[in-house]
Design a binder for this molecule. Sequence first.
Ligand code: GDP
Ligand code: MN
Length: 417
Amino acid sequence: MKVHEYQAKELLGKADVAVPAGIVITTPAEAAKAYDALGGGLVVVKAQVHAGGRGKGVAVGPEVDREEALAIASGKKPRPDGMAKGVQLVRSAAEAEKAAASLLGKTLVTYQTGAEGQAIKKLLITVGHDIARELYLGLAIDRNLKCPVLMASTEGGVEIETVAEKTPEKILREPIDVGLGLADFQARKVCKALGLTGATAKKGVVFLKNFVKFFIDTDASLAEINPLIVTDKGDVMALDCKLNFDDNAMFRHKDLAGLIDEDEEDPAELRAGRSGLSYVSLDGDIACLVNGAGLAMSTMDLIKYHGGEPANFLDVGGGAGKDQVLEAFRILLDSSRVNAVLVNIFGGIMKCDIIASALLAAYDEIDFRVPLVVRLEGTNADLGKELLEKSGRKIITADGLTDAAKKVVAAAKGHAA
Ligand code: GDP
Ligand code: MN
């Protein structure tokens, strides 16, 4: 689950990680008020969308071609005068109001959103700081090391993807023991690598330790501060922050679950979640309905092995009753990319003939516009298969995983042609 910058900063602030003061607003008039409330001077108006690259991004209305906007936001085309950026520095209440009006209700296109862009509904109005240095900090889970890794670089404020690709030696990587958090010596090492000295280094150590503690305590999966700034007064502060939390840990963070912005999430994944189904969206054209994560993984592997690409997979878990299967089919078929559906279910406690009846009932209630391949294994598998074959519906039955994968790959290719 991703959260907005303003939510991330609120959480970091509570965890004693230094962030600039800010106010969230939804109208231009509120922006002017917020400017005054923040004490005037340099103030920053920031579009709140779940994507980075806002500083170079463009806020556009429906009249602007989105591909053109993307080319401008990615620096491939020159920026026309007067095209609003997603992050704007202002110096008066009137300017704040004007900046807000240029953003609210528009679509922000950045190199990260793609041409589609994202709707701007909220702005963060935040105290501006004079920047002495822009640094980079990131925390992510390293799957090989099986622990979080703190990444730090002096190359802040720019696209870290480029730094990682061209000059990876400029990114320091420090593995974290989740039981201990960031040790003092590690914090000092990172501060040294970032070129922080004296009182600033002391502030840096506190910042880093609290940041890492926050990451571990909240079961975050990704946290990126770009830029981390050193102000002209020698303070260390998170000027920007992207945060993702592990969805599978949300059950122990009920307070965080409320931060979800449903407008920014994959609608199919949200819909599946509400019915107790796990849905994962992928790039191919074969939809998969399975029970159990292990079976899902092997189904994906076999489809790929036989030359196909999964469009998604939906795990119905332990149960596969009619209502669940019906909702699952609806979600799977919602994507226009889908050229075939594979049902691969192991009937253990739930017998295969019962599952077959549920499949048939669901099949009849929806307009099944693509081929359906079904492989049932387990208790009463033969009975289930017989029911499907004798039903008179256009359902392709399969024996075993390989047969199912081959049949669905062929069916998808046939349907696409
Ligand atoms: P992003 O483009 O989506 O990553 O948004 P950021 O929050 O990182 O802001 C983009 C850029 O705006 C930063 O890299 C800074 O250069 C600039 N910026 C943001 N806040 C301030 C500020 O308080 N003072 C100054 N001088 N520049 C700022
Ligand atoms: Mn940034």
